[in-house]
Design a protein around this ligand. Structure first.
Ligand code: A2P
Length: 260
């Protein structure tokens, strides 16, 4: 597949699934030359009136996937998502060839447990990382934490974990090594509360039957709302974790989820 005159791939929508009136996922064809590391993001969008309208989206597929999945919010007056939410199979999606991001194995030092902490659509990069065999080779235990306002918003996480545990490539490892913790903050559900509260009162560790945070052995990736990132970053730093990057790997990494 060659690039168009704007230097963009023109790919076809092959699947769209709406979860709530705020959330949907879509899958597009993958250009043969497109390479990325699990957890990275890329600019994706639609043709605009004068120029292409693109936003940063985490690739929710692992790097080996034959097609590419994205998980998106729908914002009624969002320049891109107000239109993107109406896409149908066969429509054209634009995508830049270059990917980037810090929610990747390269930005973390080796460790025993990997905590992937997300709110809302911030789960997207972890849908990628949790389906990558490298994740289970590098870590003994992988803990996927997802907090949303209500139960319907947690469904994408449950579906993705189920797909991962059933996957021919990583399923067996995921069944043994992957834990999923889902909580809501505004609707009653099995587990309730913000991740910050659940860590501070120890409930998440009690419920999962695991030891509390230990910066010597634990690594964390954060993705979601700005407020959550800020508070969890401060909490991790107070426990001795340090933020890493591709150039300087350390014990946790973060990225804000796209909200427009
Ligand atoms: P809450 O309902 O208590 O605000 P949003 O849909 O606004 O992006 O939020 C997604 C989830 O992130 C919600 O469950 C929300 O909880 C939670 N959240 C918001 N701010 C924080 C924060 N500072 N720390 C932890 N979780 C947060």
């Amino acid at each position: 597949m060659t690039l168009n005159s704007h230097g963009l791939f023109e790919e076809k929508v092959i699947e769209v699934q709406h979860y709530t009136d705020r959330l949907f996922r879509f899958r597009i064809t993958r250009p043969q030359s497109f390479r990325f590391r699990s957890g990275e993001f890329v600019m994706v969008g639609l043709e605009g009136e004068t120029k292409p309208l693109l936003r940063a989206y985490s690739v929710a597929s692992p790097s080996w996937d034959e097609s590419l999945e994205f998980y998106s919010i729908k914002v009624p007056d969002g320049p891109l998502t107000s239109r993107l939410q109406n896409i149908k199979e066969g429509d054209t999606i634009l995508m830049r060839p270059k990917t980037t991001g810090t929610l990747v194995h390269d930005a973390l030092l080796p460790g025993k447990r990997l905590f992937m902490i997300s709110t809302g659509t911030g789960i997207a990069p972890f849908a990628s990382v949790m389906r990558d065999p490298e994740t289970y080779e590098k870590f003994e235990t992988v803990i996927m934490v997802h907090t949303c306002r209500d139960k319907a918003e947690l469904q994408y996480g449950f579906d993705t974990v189920a797909v991962t545990k059933d996957d021919p490539l990583v399923g067996e490892q995921a069944q043994k090594q992957l834990l999923h913790f889902a909580s809501t903050t505004r609707e009653h559900s099995e587990h309730m509360g913000r991740i910050t509260t659940l860590v501070e009162n120890g409930e998440i560790f009690r419920i999962l039957g695991i030891a509390p945070f230990n910066p010597e052995e634990d690594r964390a990736m954060l993705c979601g709302s700005m407020a959550m990132i800020k508070d969890v970053k401060a909490m991790l730093e107070s426990k001795g974790f340090k933020e890493g990057s591709n150039a300087s790997p350390s014990t946790f990494v973060l990225e804000r989820a796209f909200v427009g």
